[in-house]
Ligand binder design. Structure first.
Ligand code: FMN
Length: 374
């Protein structure tokens, strides 16, 4: 099984020269990231995912990032009630595309790392080096109960994940027939072939928001995803600078990414009206409140103003920066993020496949003229 050699740098650049990487976040889930009742909301069906991935690949979108979600949130729409298992989803899409990087998102506590390492290698060979791993430790208690798995206390989740990723990386390495003995894992005679595609390993990302989660990402990952909510250049620069400085303490370089929710229409007025229609007038408020309750954000423990702010934020895309406007405005927001040091952004739309063509036709050429897309 000889494959051409590729470098980690090629993987990290996603095999292209785009200074600002743009990916689609969440299309493997019904409704995607918009908690809305509008009938055109994202189906998440396989034919729609396949159509979207091919369209994105053709248009030069850099990556697809799925959400590992096992149980819908309920509400009027059973928000994210139908979801694809993400490594299988990635494998199918990698087989059907040519250039785009496709991530699988894995809950470390739910999978044996030796099995997971082989799943990743399989996807990586199908995509000839285009598979990426988003490693998550989980936060949703009742989702874990469904598996009969008890959530560890918050910080212990990342201790466990450290051993988990160490085992995965060892299984990917050239070592053979070795034992691993740790606090959480005891494996004898590990032998795992083939290795990842091209003599290197898949790109790894994590989005820990706590201090311990961020430290885990900085020690182990190539890309760190934030949920950055400010448009002010100073704030964004400070965020990126802090993360990079902290990574340097571990002797590592890391790329910083963020997430955004795009509504792009020919005029700002139209974009704002559609955004309001989907995530205010037609928001699935019952689902929003169920999501917030899982995060212990309730009307009882928040002031009315703070609670409503959280509700509005979650309705429009489970958090994420609202990128609402005409093509000039949308391109400006993305350009500013890039100038402030963000390496990329995972975006979502109410209906990814319906809205992506306009975004690609109007926004990508502007970003190219601005010098942040090749
Ligand atoms: C871009 C992004 C993607 C994420 N994907 C998932 C996911 O698919 N499944 C999941 O359970 N959590 C996901 N999370 C949650 C994070 O992994 C993490 O648990 C959360 O940010 C809280 O941080 P903490 O674990 O450090 O407290 C995601 C967060 C972000 C910002």
């Amino acid at each position: 099984m000889l494959a051409p050699q590729i470098s980690m740098r090629e993987r990290m650049s996603m095999y292209n020269a785009n200074a600002l990487k743009i990916g689609l976040f969440g299309p493997n889930c019904s409704s995607g990231r918009a908690v809305t009742r509008v009938p055109e909301r994202w189906s998440g069906s396989w034919p729609d995912n396949l159509r979207l991935a091919r369209m994105a690949d053709e248009a030069g979108i850099d990556f697809l990032l799925p959400i590992a979600r096992w149980k819908g949130y309920g509400g009027d729409t059973d928000y994210q009630g139908a979801t694809w298992e993400t490594v299988n989803w990635a494998s199918g899409l990698l087989a059907s595309t040519k250039k785009i990087t496709v991530f699988g998102t894995m809950h470390a506590p739910l999978f044996n790392p030796i099995i997971a390492a082989k799943e990743f290698v399989t996807a990586d060979h199908i995509g000839e080096g285009r598979f990426g791993l988003n490693l998550v430790v989980g936060w949703n208690e009742d989702e874990f109960q469904m598996f009969g798995v008890t959530q560890r206390e918050h910080d212990a989740r990342y201790d466990y994940a450290q051993e988990w990723i160490d085992v995965v990386k060892l299984a990917w390495s050239d070592r053979a027939d070795f034992d691993y003995g740790g606090r959480y894992f005891n494996h004898k005679g590990i032998r795992a072939k083939p290795k990842p595609f091209g003599g290197t390993r898949p790109l790894i990302m994590n989005a820990g928001a706590s201090d311990i989660g961020r430290a885990f990402a900085l020690r182990n990952c190539d890309a760190f995803f934030t949920n950055h909510r400010s448009r002010a250049r100073d704030d964004t620069e400070a965020k990126v600078r802090t993360v990079k400085a902290e990574a340097a303490k571990y002797g590592r370089e890391i790329d910083v990414y963020t997430v955004g929710v795009v509504t792009c229409r020919p005029t700002i007025k139209d974009a704002e009206a559609y955004h309001r229609h989907c995530v205010v007038e037609e928001a699935d408020w019952s689902a929003v409140d169920l999501i917030l309750a899982k995060k212990n954000i309730t009307a009882e423990n928040h002031s009315p103003a703070d609670f409503q702010k959280a509700r509005n934020g979650y309705a429009q895309g489970m958090g994420g920066f609202p990128v609402v406007g005409d093509p000039d405005e949308v391109a400006s927001i993305l350009f500013e993020m890039s100038q402030a040091g963000m390496r990329g952004i995972g975006i979502s739309f109410v209906n990814y496949a319906d809205e992506l063509p306009y975004f690609c036709d109007e926004v990508l050429p502007r970003l190219k003229r601005m010098g942040v897309r090749a």
